[in-house]
Design a protein around this ligand. Structure first.
Ligand code: 99T
Length: 202
């Protein structure tokens, strides 16, 4: 399988982490792409009309996107345990959605501040996006005591979203405000799948 990839992307990282957790990482060949909304890739667009990564080209030529679909696919393929079907299913998927929303807001602010020319930047837009991830941080702090040792797609996605905030917005200093979440994050970060996939610029 071929994965359109960038080591900075929290969404690509979800896929890599899932692949490692499910023992499928050696089945995936990565194609690195330096991508922004204003520097698209023709070869990616041919496989994913949305022009976004991650996109996973399967051995039969079909392409799967986005990260939620790919992660669930890999979990099924590798008989993984990241998408339980018992009563925990909805909380697990809600947490994945919350984490992805944090990453989405983080990526939007990154594009607004790093890609958009300075004279066209909109401070209120940036601030409102940051409020999204700040509210989500407060919401996670209030439930983090229950995260314990659970490892599912929701928990891994939260760890990845927090790492993305550290990677792009180190000045957010969320650990001081949210100690329960910080302790949980320190513990889950020792997992091999997270250690092997630290975010980096291409
Ligand atoms: O929007 C574009 O044109 C290019 N951007 C992307 O492909 C980003 C890369 S993160 N991917 C997504 O936004 C995917 C979101 C989707 N819902 C999913 O797969 O879950 C780049 C991060 C960075 O450089 O800091």
């Amino acid at each position: 399988m071929k994965l359109f990839y960038n080591p900075a992307s929290p969404f690509v990282r979800k896929v890599m982490v899932t692949a490692i957790e499910c023992g499928l990482d050696d089945k995936i060949m990565v194609e690195p792409l330096a991508l922004t909304p204003v520097s698209p890739s023709e070869s990616l667009n041919a496989d994913n009309p949305l022009g976004k990564i991650p996109a996973l080209v399967l051995d039969n030529g079909d392409t799967l996107f986005d990260s939620r679909v790919i992660c669930e696919y890999l979990n099924a393929l590798g008989n993984g345990t990241l998408f339980p079907t018992d009563h925990t299913r909805w909380d697990n998927l809600r947490r994945q959605a919350m984490a992805d929303g944090i990453s989405d807001a983080g990526v939007v602010v990154r594009y607004e501040t790093f890609v958009r020319p300075q004279d066209k930047q909109w401070d209120q837009w940036i601030d409102n996006q940051k409020q999204k991830f700040r509210r989500a941080l407060a919401a996670m702090e209030s439930e983090a005591a229950y995260y314990k040792d659970t490892v599912d797609i929701g928990m891994l996605s939260i760890a990845i979203a927090l790492d993305y905030l550290d990677f792009r917005y180190a000045d957010e200093a969320w650990r001081e405000q949210y100690p329960v979440l910080a302790d949980w994050h320190t513990a889950i970060s020792t997992r091999d799948s997270l250690q092997q996939t630290r975010p980096a610029d291409l």
